[in-house]
Ligand binder design. Structure first.
Ligand code: ATP
Ligand code: ZN
Length: 283
């Protein structure tokens, strides 16, 4: 049995649970419970505050966990990281009141900065040769300037709308973060094997998320040209259509290349292009 710690409620909870479910791991999800056990995989889920997750994994209370890199690095626990998970992407940024005539980072010398991430901020300021007073507060950081607690803040930003609604503007990006899978350094052989199985499934889910299955019709004389545009898992599958002289091509494309390829395919004479999601992808 492997024990995973995930955030009980917050920005990471939903996506963490979604990933576990997409890995085909079923469990009874009750928001009231602190612990659940999967019914079809040797996994137990512990629901915790995100800040506590690195410590619990380091101590072996949980074997693995999902946490934001911002929290992991702030707690000085980077060595626990196994791999980035690609969700809960955000950044830790410095922001000042909208009306400030901010020029560059040296403007923060001698200023008061409120944050929940004093270590990350201090490391950044030191690297830039700036000396400021850091006020550590645990929440509602964005209101600190308007209540006179600080001249600037250093907080998590994703779209930036919270900053704007608090009359602030983002001026420096301190740290880029996303959810990361962490693991205790001394897992037993049995637990390590379960983790390997879980990682195998996570990779299949991640590959599938980036990939799209594409089907299109093409005149036979264009097959070669169109196939060259489709990188695919290997080479495209080609099936004859009932209509003489036409074929159906099936392949896999990466979402990042998607729009560029679609345009080229159309130019090459492809018709009836269908792009469908892939649920799992094992290669
Ligand atoms: P807890 O009660 O568990 O301590 P919290 O209030 O500290 O929760 P959340 O706001 O739920 O934390 O954020 C958890 C993590 O999600 C953050 O540490 C960060 O990695 C990420 N995160 C925070 N805000 C955003 C956002 N706006 N967009 C994407 N990810 C975010
Ligand atoms: Zn927290």
């Amino acid at each position: 049995m492997l024990r995973i710690a995930i955030q009980k409620s917050g920005r990471l909870s939903e996506d963490s649970l979604k990933l576990i479910k997409e890995c085909g791991i079923s469990f009874i999800n009750s928001s009231l419970k602190l612990k659940t056990e999967s019914t079809n995989f040797p996994l137990e889920i512990l629901y915790l505050r995100d800040d506590d997750i690195p410590g619990y994994v380091a101590d072996g209370v949980a074997d693995i966990g999902i946490v934001g890199e911002n929290v992991l690095v702030e707690e000085g626990m980077q060595h626990l990281a196994v791999e980035q998970l690609g969700f809960s992407k955000c950044r830790l940024s410095l922001a000042v009141p909208k009306g400030d005539n901010y020029q560059d980072i040296s403007d923060l010398n001698g200023k008061n900065i409120a944050t929940s991430y004093p270590k990350l901020l201090q490391a950044y300021l030191s690297e830039k040769g700036v000396e400021a007073h850091i006020h550590t507060i645990s929440g509602s950081v964005e209101i600190a300037p308007s209540i006179g607690l600080a001249d600037a803040i250093c907080d998590i930003v994703s779209s930036g709308s919270t900053l704007i609604s608090n009359g602030l503007k983002e001026v420096e990006r301190v740290f880029k973060s996303q959810a990361v899978l962490i693991a205790n350094k001394e897992l037993s052989e049995e637990k390590r094997q379960i983790l390997e199985k879980l990682l195998f499934r996570i990779h299949a889910v991640q590959r599938a998320q980036r990939a799209k299955y594409i089907l299109l019709n093409a005149p036979n004389e264009k097959i070669e040209e169109i196939s060259a545009l489709l990188p695919g898992a290997k080479s495209p599958s080609i099936l004859p259509l009932a209509e003489e002289g036409w074929s159906s091509l099936h392949s896999v494309v990466n979402e990042d290349d998607f729009w560029e390829i679609i345009e080229k395919l159309k130019d090459a004479g492809a018709q009836g292009i269908l792009v469908v999601p892939i649920e799992k992808m094992i290669i």
